[in-house]
Design a protein around this ligand. Structure first.
Ligand code: NAD
Ligand code: DAU
Length: 344
């Protein structure tokens, strides 16, 4: 099968492309703009693989999208490309609307016109908003996004639904919880804390650190998306999650302990505006209907992740010394002690 992966140079996308090239016979075209979050080094070992082609480009570039779909005779699309960081969406929502909403709409139109017969929309559990202390998100939980990022993903998710309902275009939607693992950009909680601890910098925990996230190893997410690509029912939504809830503070303490660093590095900073309290996914549908099951338990996954960041120091040091540095300083102050939203 000829598969177009959008955003394949990012964290989850690059893990997904690697999995397809290693474990399937598919030909993979990776369309990625290489924003600050896209890094071709993530897939450097496949540059000369005849089953792989990288195209640098914007999902909003209609002509380019049309040409790639035709030239490569694309049969299926897995759509990861997005602006993905909640804090950046608080600082500047516009690019989230342009990429996540308009980009998805252009992609849908062109894919429909080209007769693509499977379109997997990689949405997120953040479209559901926040849970209190009890309960889980199920696929028909009403959408109630709270950040500009989540609102842009919910819009894209609903556009996909509309293309199925209106045009019978074969879209399948996944909504996954927080991923972690190799190649995650060090602005997200787990790699930020690992890199910060290794550099003995203050580790900024938002608010009181009691917010809960449901963590899933990236390889397990990729396997779920692959199942949905091959066996998901058009028009359906599949929740994906690890049944692995953890309070941020407990997680950061665990990481600091694994790295043999002092918990004194942990610094409480001003809370993220509109910070969702708790996410927890009920993944019964994909487990029962498609036979998916997470394979990597949390402690093993964290160990693998810590090991990867220890062995790939250059990867994240180069990121942290580049454009990311100015973002980091804006968000936390040069010494890492400022508030979470850039204000002292
Ligand atoms: P990421 O930020 O690491 O990667 C995003 C990729 O998209 C980058 O390579 C970037 O260059 C590319 N991109 C951005 N704008 C583009 C454009 N206009 N055209 C083409 N490419 C563009 O993101 P991630 O964490 O790997 O997330 C991937 C997808 O999965 C996103 O859609 C995100 O909403 C969703 N998701 C993420 C998580 C998570 O925990 N990270 C969980 C659930 C869903
Ligand atoms: O739930 C899925 C979502 O998970 C994806 O859709 C998003 O693309 C992905 O970025 C992630 O969103 P979160 O906002 O949950 O992830 P983040 O790593 O930014 O934050 C995780 C938790 O840690 C959250 O409660 C905020 C907190 N946090 C984060 C950072 C960066 C801190 O306490 N300190 C920090 O410095």
């Amino acid at each position: 099968m000829n598969v177009l992966v959008t955003g394949g140079a990012g964290f989850i996308g690059s893990n997904f492309v690697r999995m397809l090239l290693e474990e399937s016979g598919d030909r993979v075209i990776n369309l990625d703009l290489l924003t600050y979050a896209g890094n071709l080094i993530n897939l450097a070992e496949y540059e000369d693989d005849p089953r792989y082609r990288f195209v640098r480009g914007d999902i909003r570039d209609r002509d380019l999208v049309r040409k790639v779909l035709a030239d490569e005779k694309i049969e299926a699309v897995v759509h990861f490309a997005a602006e993905s960081h909640v804090d950046r969406s608080v600082e500047g929502p516009e690019i989230f609307i342009l990429t996540n909403v308009l980009g998805t709409e252009i992609l849908l139109e062109e894919c429909r016109a080209a007769g693509v017969n499977r379109f997997v929309m990689v949405s997120t559990d953040e479209v559901y908003g926040s849970l209190g202390d009890e309960g889980h998100f199920v696929e028909n939980t009403p959408l109630a996004p709270n950040s500009p990022y989540a609102a842009s993903k919910a819009s894209a998710d609903l556009l996909c639904r509309s293309f199925f309902k209106t045009f019978d275009f074969p879209v399948v939607i996944t909504r996954c919880s927080n991923n972690y693992g190799p190649y995650q950009f060090p602005e997200k909680l787990i790699p930020l804390m690992i890199a910060g601890a290794l550099e003995d910098r203050p580790l900024p925990v938002y608010g009181d650190g009691r917010n809960v996230r449901d963590w899933l190893y990236v390889g397990d997410h990729c396997r779920a998306v692959d199942l949905v690509l091959r066996r998901g029912v058009p028009g359906e939504v599949y929740n994906i999650g690890g049944c692995n809830e953890m309070r941020n503070l407990d997680l950061v303490e665990m990481l600091v302990d694994k790295l043999g660093k002092s918990r004194d590095l942990i610094t409480f900073v001003k809370d993220r505006p509109g910070h969702d309290l708790r996410y927890a996914i009920d993944a019964t549908k994909i487990i029962e209907e498609l036979g998916w099951k997470p394979q990597v338990d949390f402690q093993a996954g964290l160990d693998l992740t810590v090991e990867w960041y220890l062995e790939h120091r250059t990867w994240w040091e180069e990121i942290r010394s580049g454009e990311y540095t100015s973002y980091y300083e804006k968000m936390y102050g040069a010494d890492g002690r400022h508030t979470a939203n850039g204000k002292s």
